[in-house]
Design a protein around this ligand. Structure first.
Ligand code: GP9
Ligand code: MN
Length: 418
């Protein structure tokens, strides 16, 4: 009920809000926001090589010409891409199981398209798949997306498709005629597809070797990642040629891991490690996050962050007052940002520690600092306190608040204009 929401509001005001203005506050005010979901792209390939060749040369160049966050984590669960959308549009956590896109598409939300709509932004999503996939059609209506360019907006045939559908280079090229006709300012979100398991690619599109290991999945991944890198470069060129580039900011985010722990033996070979530990497994949940502001230099940002932080960060850059919003993230550029990132399985990353599978690690060195069993909240007195313990209780509380909002559809009781 309403009372439940008031304790949640008190919590977010005290813990996840940073309304401090920075040099970047409003830097993109009134500009178009172009957001790209980088399918299955993980941070371990960025600024890395295969057989001496850069895997992602274009994105590597963008790590210097954008604000590139190297310690940014995906927070998705079973809803995969749909969870990544849900998190970044709402700054809420995904559900512990299932996908809110299916189970709670009728809730009241206070999403980025809705908030930017109030600022005069038109919003559109571009994705060459059936509109009902992940129940996007109904969820988008409810989130305030004005226009969904789904598979019907594209010319898709055998020659321009691979794997899951339309190749990304074709996708961006065919999207331009729609993008150039949108009324400005707009919030245009593009969801790529080619770098998706099982990472199939036509031979003519492969411009880097496969890896050589016992995992066919990881072997092929490098080729589709390179293809994604090239398609983003082409998209930037389209934006420049059409004159859109100068009037826009471009934000890009990996949606979730592409390589599961099933492939850890091959992964350890690639990363030249004896084994992939639980600590390494958490570090592999990093996905790239870029904020590209034409005319601004940027650089590599080392602060930790997660997908819940995207919405407040966007509001900050666009100079939109979000002090009345209820969100679990903080502006990544702020001085008082939240100092932990919670993953949906209860693992978390803080400035100093990483906690997963009951073990507390030093974030920098990966050294084990102690372990606690999972009975802490059940009052089991065999628990051992570690440096991670205080964060652990807060992470569990925060997740439970987010779940309450979604399961109870609590925003329907709230007036965000007050
Ligand atoms: C489907 C695409 C992929 O439209 O977004 O979804 P995923 O399998 O990654 O959740
Ligand atoms: Mn995905």
């Amino acid at each position: 009920d309403g009372n439940e929401l008031s304790s949640i509001i008190t919590y977010v005001d005290e813990n996840t809000t940073d309304n401090e203005e920075t040099d970047l506050y409003g830097i993109a005010k009134g500009k178009n926001l172009i957001f790209v979901t980088l399918e299955s792209l993980q941070t371990f390939v960025i600024n890395n090589t295969l057989n001496g060749e850069e895997v992602t040369p274009f994105l590597n160049s963008l790590t210097e010409e954008s604000y590139y966050f190297e310690n940014f984590y995906h927070q998705t669960e079973q809803g995969k891409t749909a969870d990544s959308e849900f998190i970044m549009e709402n700054s809420l956590y995904p559900l512990p199981s299932g996908a809110a896109y299916f189970t709670h598409s009728g809730n009241t939300y206070h999403s980025t398209p809705q908030m930017l709509g109030e600022e005069g932004y038109m919003s559109a999503v571009f994705h060459a798949n059936n509109s009902s996939f992940w129940n996007r059609n109904s969820m988008y209506d409810n989130l305030g997306v004005d226009q969904f360019y789904d598979i019907n907006a594209y010319e898709v045939n055998d020659g321009n498709s691979v794997g899951w559908g339309l190749k990304d280079k074709e996708f961006f090229e065919q999207s331009m005629k729609y993008l150039t006709n949108l009324p400005e300012p707009y919030y245009a979100r593009f969801i790529t597809l080619t770098n998706h398991h099982p990472f199939d690619l036509d031979e003519e599109d492969a411009t880097i070797d496969q890896f050589d290991s016992n995992s066919n999945t990881l072997n092929k991944y490098f080729q589709t990642v390179r293809y994604l890198d090239e398609s983003i470069e082409e998209f930037f060129n389209h934006l420049k040629e059409s004159g859109i580039y100068e009037d826009s900011i471009i934000v890009m985010m990996g949606d979730h891991y592409g390589i599961s722990d099933f492939h850890n033996r091959a992964m350890s070979m690639y990363l030249d490690k004896e084994e992939i530990t639980s600590y390494d497994q958490i570090q592999l949940q990093r996905v790239p996050f870029f904020v590209h502001i034409p005319g601004q230099e940027g650089g590599v940002m080392s602060q930790i962050g997660g997908q819940v932080d995207v919405k407040p960060t966007i509001m900050h850059l666009l100079g939109v007052d979000d002090s009345a919003d209820i969100s679990f993230g903080t502006n990544l550029f702020g001085p008082n940002r939240k100092d932990y990132v919670a993953l949906r399985d209860g693992s978390f990353i803080t400035d100093d520690y990483i906690f997963t599978k009951d073990v507390c690690y030093d974030r920098e060195s990966g050294e084990e600092l102690g372990s606690e069993n999972s009975g802490i909240l059940a009052g089991d007195d065999s628990d051992t306190e570690t440096a991670c313990s205080p964060f652990r209780e807060q992470v569990e509380l925060e997740m439970s608040y987010s779940d309450k909002i979604i399961y109870g559809d609590l925003f329907r009781f709230h007036d965000f204009t007050e």
